[in-house]
Design a protein. Structure first.
Length: 115
């Protein structure tokens, strides 16, 4: 199990970070899930845009560049929406809706994935 941490503020953000790095896992994403617990997230590699078609719930998104610096924060992406590509983003972390509001996270913060 991986964790997502804010290196800039030395703070744990997500206790259970799942990683989507294969073609299939990236395509599937969170489709087919009924909820996303507040302590879980999905990190999708090589992804600067997402959609929520056929999803059952809203999500928050953290877009990061190759150096894991936050380049865009998008709260409350409801089902059946599409986000345009985020300039400079290399991957995205999807969280339960409302989680961004609880985090002390800013553009430019550097994140890291730990064990």
């Amino acid at each position: 199990m991986a964790t997502l941490n804010n290196k800039s503020k030395n703070k744990l953000l997500i206790r259970d970070l799942r990683i989507a790095d294969s073609t299939w896992s990236r395509m599937k994403g969170l489709l087919g899930t009924k909820t996303l617990p507040s302590d879980q997230g999905l990190w999708i590699h090589r992804c600067n845009s997402i959609h929520t078609f056929f999803m059952a719930y809203a999500i928050d998104c953290i877009f990061v560049n190759k150096k894991m610096k936050v380049v865009s924060l998008v709260p409350n992406v409801v089902p059946y929406r599409m986000l345009i590509p985020r300039w400079g983003a290399d991957s995205v972390v999807e969280l339960a809706a409302g989680e961004l509001q609880k985090m002390d996270l800013n553009l430019g913060d550097e994140l890291y994935v730990g064990n």
